[in-house]
Design a protein around this ligand. Structure first.
Ligand code: GDP
Length: 192
């Protein structure tokens, strides 16, 4: 049964067959533990984003309808080290299958952790999306971990490493609400 959370409605967890494409979709992708659930919760008030996030459990795509205007798609976190190769490949197939075949996909919000060196798996995802012509927004999570003066430097390192314009990289903190309006504005522009 669909569950209401403010103006966000949980549509369900899907493993293979997704609902028919309808409203424009914005997908959220990132390495496991990057802060994706916290970001989704902060952005759309979807406390149900914690569904099935325990590594080792069946991974699924969690869909949330927001403001009756767009659908947030929570993709499984990738790169979790302690699972089998088969499971990792299953997640990869799930993520790549969605990204390649969803006609209503408008934007992928790629979450990256500015506290660790630029990650190969993030670079791989960004390249794949660029090759496929899918618009992306890169969001650096947990930016509150840096003092204000160090934030721009942290963002610049990521922008340079991933070859993206600083204007497409947003410093974000779920804990302190930093960057929330910027991310929501970019999403609204993409789903208009
Ligand atoms: P997920 O695995 O990507 O869904 O990540 P979670 O949202 O569960 O967060 C992973 C860890 O990062 C948790 O320990 C969070 O408390 C922490 N975290 C998430 N968002 C922030 C943030 O904005 N600032 C800081 N400092 N830590 C955060």
């Amino acid at each position: 049964m669909a569950k209401s959370v403010g103006r966000t409605r949980f549509l369900g967890s899907f493993v293979d067959t997704l609902p028919e494409p309808s409203l424009p979709e914005v997908a959220f992708a990132g390495r496991s533990n990057v802060g994706k659930s916290s970001a989704i919760n902060a952005l759309i008030g979807a406390t149900v984003a914690r569904v099935a996030k325990t590594p080792g459990r069946t991974q699924a795509l969690n869909l949330f309808e927001v403001d009756e205007a767009w659908i947030a798609v929570d993709l499984p976190g990738y790169g979790y080290a302690k699972v089998s190769k088969t499971m990792r490949e299953g997640w990869k197939g799930l993520i790549e299958g969605y990204l390649a075949n969803r006609p209503t996909l408008r934007l992928v919000v790629c979450l990256v952790d500015p506290r660790v060196p630029p990650q190969e798996m993030d670079a791989g995802l960004l390249h794949g999306l660029a090759d496929a012509g899918i618009p992306t927004l890169v969001v650096a999570t947990k930016i509150d971990a840096f003092t204000r003066t160090r934030r721009v430097d942290a963002l610049r390192v990521l922008a340079t490493a991933h070859g993206i314009d600083l204007s497409r990289l947003i410093g974000f903190s779920a804990h302190e609400g930093i960057g929330k309006d910027e991310v929501l504005n970019a999403i609204r522009a993409a789903v208009r």
